[in-house]
Ligand binder design. Structure first.
Ligand SMILES: Nc1ncnc2c1ncn2[C@@H]1O[C@H](COP(=O)(O)OP(=O)(O)OP(=O)(O)O)[C@@H](O)[C@H]1O
Length: 759
């Protein structure tokens, strides 16, 4: 036998190599010592076949109960064997040699390590309740995902995930790492049952939960997904946000007190007590810190007491201290028998030490799956020894990232990635990661929580529709009342425009005559346009932001989208009404419109209906658009069309017949017609006009002289607004307000998340 160990001879001794007991793994990773030993330690149970054929047991890590405490002599031997392995391999191919220092990615310094060590080893001050759910083991085998690329130079089938395997048990934290575009989010979404079906991708392989294929209704109830983006209502407090999640998603049979106690528990558990009554905030409203927001994000999911928690880059955007705290929280949660899977981007070394399991992905292929503590040893065994001063996470990412800066760099890095992938594939073929879970789960655990056939399927939503409406209305009212910026700007605009309008047309309506008809008609058209604009932009800049929260909440099946619509409409009615009332009072009396309380109140009703209809239109635009900018770009098309066919600039009978149907869609036309009828119908104007027009038609003279109207009816006739009665115009407006909302609701519904549930 050769005296040099070949990389092919690096074999583990245990079939369960990649699935150690969490406790034992942690004992080596998170024991009392802060400094983790990154010296050689091949994948769990792996050993190096030495010269005389024995299996080098002394390098096994503590997973098998043999604590790697006396590392010195044997490890030195092993290290030298590793070096020989690497030398032998790389002698033949210098392109595979990798020196991370060349990339300038120096590891986290020693200070970080020692800080991190002391931070993450400190005991949690919170008493953690065990999850009441049964423990959950998630296994995935040969998972693939491919999409058809129909555009660009890379047309064809794109393989995004290429035969991935893994297993995560209760109490473990699996970190999925890889360069950008490696497939981390795709894998996480697939495991969480949140892979969008909109991409028309094809998935393959198998995903088992407690040894069974998933029933997604049940799976959704035992699992939770924490999105990368922290999207919340900014004017709700941390406690209110978590409470709403609890009230909507916890079982109805739980008492209110029990739910509130659970909220308190989560707040304490996540270290949010100090900021529990602080607004969440956003760019404009001072709120909680980034780290607290991230923990709130976890909290809104955790309150449902899931046994399986998925997190998409929970530390991204946080400073290293807050990232460390969030990870500490996840560890603590895992200890209470939860199964945690997270994608992680560039963790500092102290965070890396917290993972139980590590999956390294590159271009959809598995580069490593196994205990995180063993990764350094494993890579050492295939010739990639992580320098001691390096953060292993940085080292691995450098190692498995494709460098596309030059053809040569691309070729070299691709070769290295292929080699590492091949090595891991060979290793994995000998040592499958998916094990038999029957020993850790009772039959009841498998069936009662996840069995597809056992028992009645759980309802789609935990709470009734009525309860959802009540809870969401309460939230919307709170959010509306506390949105000071929006409220003050709406109030300011209402005062400003009503006063401007009042000053420009001051007392124009007093002693109304034929001469003042044009001016009054202009003022009334301005009224309906102004109220529409105010309502439209009030929605356009708020709703798309809110929609992101709604989509997130719908994805977790918190409520029916119809409940949200009801709640929003009910909550905003009083505000819309009050602003319209204020506007009406100022303009009506400054302009001196028609005398009579009935006309004034009808005026209020009409402007209110116009506002409601405009809001409905804005909801449609917002439901179509992805963000406020897009909504702002689409909205003018609707507004300008409505204005053009609103009846003021051009009469219906003057519009080309093939375009005249558009006037029936213009809500402004109905608003303008109603407000004009209210002002002019039955109003005597200038009797002499009837005489001058021979009593037949008292509208405008054809010779270019001033318009002359004998009575209000002639004004309506002149503007072609006498087609429908006042009541019918108001009813049409109301019908449009409802119809527009229904259309927006429908768009939101069909645009809602649809997931690929084939695995
Ligand atoms: N539906 C799809 N159609 C086409 N390409 C897709 C689709 N979904 C994902 N991809 C591509 O698959 C690759 C993996 O995407 P994924 O979002 O999983 O990567 P990632 O590792 O999470 O990256 P990042 O860290 O940048 O978020 C990317 O190149 C992405 O562009």
């Amino acid at each position: 036998m050769s005296s040099i160990v070949d990389v092919d001879e690096v074999v583990p001794t245990s079939p369960n190599a990649a699935a150690p007991s969490p406790q034992s793994t942690r004992s080596t990773q998170r024991g009392e010592e802060c400094v983790v030993d990154f010296s050689f330690s091949p994948p769990t149970g792996a050993s190096v076949v030495d010269d005389d054929g024995d299996d080098g047991d002394a390098v096994s890590n503590g997973v098998h109960g043999r604590e790697a405490t006396s590392l010195s002599d044997k490890q030195a031997q092993v290290k030298s064997k590793q070096q020989r392995v690497a030398n032998k391999f790389f002698q033949g191919d210098p392109e595979l040699v990798f020196d991370p220092r060349v990339l300038g990615t120096l590891a986290d310094d020693a200070e970080q390590q020692s800080n991190g060590g002391s931070e993450h080893h400190r005991e949690s001050q919170f008493a953690l309740p065990e999850t009441t759910r049964h423990p959950t083991v998630l296994q995935f085998s040969d998972v693939t995902y491919e999409v058809d690329v129909t555009k660009g130079e890379h047309k064809g089938v794109k393989q995004i995930l290429k035969g991935l395997n893994g297993e995560v048990k209760p109490g473990q934290v699996l970190a999925i790492m890889g360069a950008s575009g490696a497939g981390k989010t795709t894998l996480l979404n697939m495991l969480a049952g949140r892979l969008s079906a909109a991409g028309h991708g094809r998935s393959g392989g198998s995903i088992l939960v407690n040894g069974q294929k998933r029933n997604f209704n049940t799976f959704r109830q035992i699992s939770a997904y924490v999105l990368q983006q922290d999207c919340f209502f900014p004017t709700l407090t941390v406690r209110e946000t978590i409470t709403l999640s609890a009230m909507l998603r916890l079982p109805v049979h739980m008492s209110r007190e029990a739910k509130l106690a659970q909220v308190d528990g989560v707040i304490a558990e996540l270290g949010l007590t100090k900021c529990a009554d602080t607004y969440v905030g956003n760019e404009l409203i001072r709120g909680v810190s980034g780290g607290e927001k991230k923990r709130l994000n976890v909290g809104t999911e955790l309150v449902t007491n899931p046994s399986l928690l998925f997190l998409d880059e929970p530390t991204t955007g946080l400073d290293s201290f807050n990232a460390q705290n969030v990870m500490q929280t996840l560890l603590t949660l895992a200890k209470s028998n939860r199964t945690i899977i997270a994608t992680i981007h560039q963790p500092r070394s102290s965070i890396f030490q917290m993972f139980d399991l590590l999956m390294l992905l590159s271009e959809g292929c598995s580069m490593y799956f196994g205990p995180a503590a063993d990764a350094v040893g494993y890579f050492g065994s295939i010739g990639y020894e992580c320098p001691e001063e390096f953060n292993p996470a940085d080292y691995f990412l450098d190692l498995i990232s494709l460098d596309q800066r030059s053809p040569r760099a691309q070729r070299t890095t691709q070769k290295r990635i292929d080699y590492i992938g091949d090595r891991f594939l060979a290793y994995q073929q000998q040592h499958p990661v998916v094990t038999d879970v029957s020993d850790i789960l009772t039959k009841q655990a498998r069936q009662s929580e996840l069995g597809g056939s056992a028992g009645k399927p759980p309802p789609k939503y935990t709470t009734s529709f009525g309860r959802q409406v009540a809870l969401l209305t309460q939230r919307s009212i709170r959010a509306t009342l506390r949105d000071k910026i929006n409220n003050f700007s709406s109030l300011g605009q209402t005062l400003l425009f009503s006063i401007i309008l009042g000053v420009i047309w001051l007392n124009e309506g007093d002693g109304i005559s034929s001469n003042s008809v044009q001016a009054i008609a202009g003022a009334l058209f301005f009224v309906v346009v102004n109220q529409s604009f105010g309502s439209i932009f009030g929605i356009l800049f708020v709703f798309p932001v809110e929609r992101v929260v709604v989509l997130k909440e719908r994805a977790s099946r918190s409520y029916h989208v119809g409940a949200y619509f009801w709640a929003k409409t009910v909550a905003e009615l009083p505000r819309t009404f009050l602003l319209n009332l204020l506007f009406a009072v100022i303009t009506y009396f400054m302009v001196g419109l028609r005398d009579g309380a009935d006309h004034f109140f009808l005026f209020v009703v009409i402007v209110f209906c116009v506002s409601l209809t405009a809001e409905g239109l804005a909801l449609i635009v917002s439901a179509i658009a992805d963000d406020p900018q897009q909504a702002g770009a689409i909205a003018p098309a609707f507004i300008v069309t409505s204005m053009l066919f609103g009846g003021y600039f051009i009469g219906v009978n003057q519009i080309p017949s093939w375009l005249s149907w558009l006037s029936y869609l213009s809500f402004l036309k109905y608003g303008f017609a109603a407000i004009m009828i209210n002002e002019f119908d039955g109003q005597p104007l200038d009797p002499s006009c009837a005489m001058s027009n021979n009593g037949t038609n008292s509208t405008a003279m054809d010779d270019g002289g001033p318009l002359c109207f004998a009575a209000g009816g002639d004004v309506l006739n002149y503007f072609n607004l006498d087609e429908l009665s006042l009541g019918v115009n108001i009813v049409v407006l109301l019908a449009m307000a409802v119809g527009f909302r229904l259309i927006a609701y429908w768009i939101l519904r069909v645009n809602g998340p649809v997931y690929d549930h084939s695995l």
